[in-house]
Design a protein around this ligand. Structure first.
Ligand SMILES: Nc1nc2c(ncn2[C@@H]2O[C@H](COP(=O)(O)OP(=O)(O)OP(=O)(O)O)[C@@H](O)[C@H]2O)c(=O)[nH]1
Length: 344
């Protein structure tokens, strides 16, 4: 193992306070592209020119929880004696394995089963997540066939290893649409211990407003860390994620040019406080999309359906209830370890 690899793995000692996700898979499966698109806003087409990763890399992502995503290069042999895999696998909450659905995937499935066997032995609480990736190149029928085939073959491999009881979640993903955000949202949510409180709070919010669906988005990555308990319609999620983008673009366009206010008396300066993100838009079908900044780089995005009621009064009620939600979030996270950060 190279010095750099050792250094990254030894950093794990300091990472133990963070929820950690390990991103694994064979070479050219799409791991670096996923990290770049999710955490660095890289355009999907620009990932074509990414070079193969040769050392483990770590992405830090502080939202409701402090999260680290560690990418292990495809060519790394995790079971080589000098590699402290045991420590690594014991410290992670989720293992995400990327399978390239456009390539021959039998080797990937064998590799996955071997990793699951090891991971499960050292850390039986680990969440095992499989991304059936690059599905943008497959037709609808073929996508489902590939999913069925990969799930079945993985099941067979695990059965052979006597691991048929292990829970594995599968997601069809691509960096060219919102499926990768949706999959990561679900993966991250499993690592948030307060998830059920959040869901209850959002359920309460929609019960007392004309809100049809509410998401708590991490503004920077567009992953949603929670939603109410009604099922997620991916198209609705896409509309909401795009609304976050538009809001940020507008916010940047009209950024405050005065980073501090000169007080009239004596010319003292008060610290710069960023404006709060808020945006409301009414669509052609009367549906209203509502965004308001919450705590820790999060924004609430809600879809309001007035159903004949006056839009203004719907918004007044939403404003009132969203403020209560925000205060609730502030109270829950008042004692959290990481300091609240500015949203944008
Ligand atoms: N069509 C398609 N191509 C993708 C997708 N995600 C990644 N790719 C392409 O797959 C190729 C390999 O991606 P990488 O992100 O470098 O793969 P990796 O798993 O990090 O590879 P190693 O660093 O060698 O381990 C790149 O050319 C990406 O553009 C996807 O969702 N769809």
């Amino acid at each position: 193992m190279s010095n750099e690899e050792m250094a990254t793995v030894s950093k794990l000692d300091n990472e133990e306070s963070k929820a950690m996700i390990l991103l694994l898979g064979l070479r050219r499966g799409g791991k670096s592209s996923i990290c770049k698109v999710l955490f660095h806003n890289m355009q999907p087409l620009d990932t074509l020119y990414l070079e193969s990763t040769s050392n483990p890399t770590m992405e830090h992502f502080s939202t409701l929880i402090d999260l680290a995503v560690m990418e292990l290069p495809g060519q790394l042999n995790y079971f080589e004696p000098s590699y402290d895999s045991e420590k690594l696998f014991r410290s992670v909450g989720g293992l995400v394995y990327v399978i390239d659905s456009q390539d021959e995937y039998m080797n990937a499935i064998t590799n996955l089963a071997m990793i699951i066997e090891y991971a499960y032995k050292v850390n039986p609480n680990i969440n095992i997540e499989v991304l059936i990736h690059k599905v943008d190149g497959l037709s609808e029928d073929f996508k489902l066939d590939a999913q069925r085939d990969i799930m079945q073959r993985t099941g067979e491999e695990l059965l052979e290893l006597g691991l048929d009881g292990v829970q594995v979640s599968f997601y069809l993903t691509s960096i060219f649409d919102h499926s990768i955000y949706e999959a990561f949202s679900r993966i991250v949510q499993k690592l948030i211990p307060e998830l059920s409180y959040l869901e209850n709070m959002l359920d309460n919010l929609i019960q007392h407003s004309k809100i049809e669906k509410a998401f708590l988005f991490d503004i920077n990555s567009k992953i949603y860390v929670s939603t109410d308990s009604s099922p997620v319609d991916i198209q609705l999620y896409e509309v909401c994620a795009e609304f976050v983008d538009v809001t940020i673009d507008l916010f940047d366009l009209y950024k405050d040019s005065h980073r501090s206010d000169k007080r009239a008396s004596g010319g003292e300066t008060t610290p710069y406080r960023p404006r709060e993100l808020k945006n409301v838009a009414q669509l052609g079908n009367d549906v209203i999309i509502y965004l308001k900044q919450m705590i820790r780089g999060l924004a609430l995005v809600a879809v309001i359906r007035p159903n004949g009621a006056d839009a203004e009064s719907c918004l007044t009620v939403a404003d009132y209830n969203v403020d209560i939600l925000k205060r609730g979030l502030e109270e829950i996270w008042a004692n959290a370890r990481i300091p609240a950060k500015d949203a944008v």
